[in-house]
Design a protein around this ligand. Sequence first.
Ligand SMILES: [Mg+2]
Length: 266
Amino acid sequence: MEPCSKPIQEFTSPFDCLLFDLDDTLYSSKVGIGEACKRNIEEFLVKKCGFAEVKASGLRVELFKTYGSSLAGLRFLGYDIDADDYHGFVHGRLPYEAIKPDPQLRALLRSINQRKIIFTNSDRKHAIKVLERIGLQDCFDEIICFETLNPNISKSSRPNEFPVVLKPSIDAMKIAIDAAQVDPRRTLFLDDNERNIAAGKSVGLRTVLVGKQVKRKEGDYVVESVVHLPQVVPEIWVSPTDSKDQRMSRGRSEMDPVLKSTTVGA
Ligand SMILES: [Mg+2]
């Protein structure tokens, strides 16, 4: 064995970029935003599309299962729903004040030197509002969102001319990889949805299933919360350009507060 080859490999991070889902990944599903979102969708189906109130809940579930989202399903079925109107109704009235600042998560993200990108099915306005509420508005290099995945939707002459593209479709994963300009094999994708994680893995991304305690076959890693990343994927924090001494001092100064606080919460 060559004496120098092993240390270099050992101390080179396998990741150039991290792709983060937003909702229920960067804040807890227990906050209640998801539930409020479901109620707003059902109200949209009743008030804007004329469905009976008793059918709204079942229809929402059916549209989600079959088409990936209510908006995707409604447009596929020929309802001329403007995406901005839909998002304004469904997301615009969410109780954002329930999302609290998360300084621990902020410190953790700020300690990651690689590119960090949001990859969400939500619209950009929602993504920015949520990031501002958590205090993460300056922690990401880019936001890949509904508008990135569906650039032509506002130009369509009929509702089903351009099918709505969202995770977990393979098309959505490919658009995101293209937009982020990353090598999927050197990119870590974090999401709370197992179908999204499976889709990510199928296009070659390394994957972290968030919000679960037990590892599933789809995810390379599993974390109950993103703040536990240092314990589960410590190789994120290794920089190929660090000398040994820099590595040790950087590792201590940047990781200690994160590790201390995560240990308390773990
Ligand atoms: Mg999510």
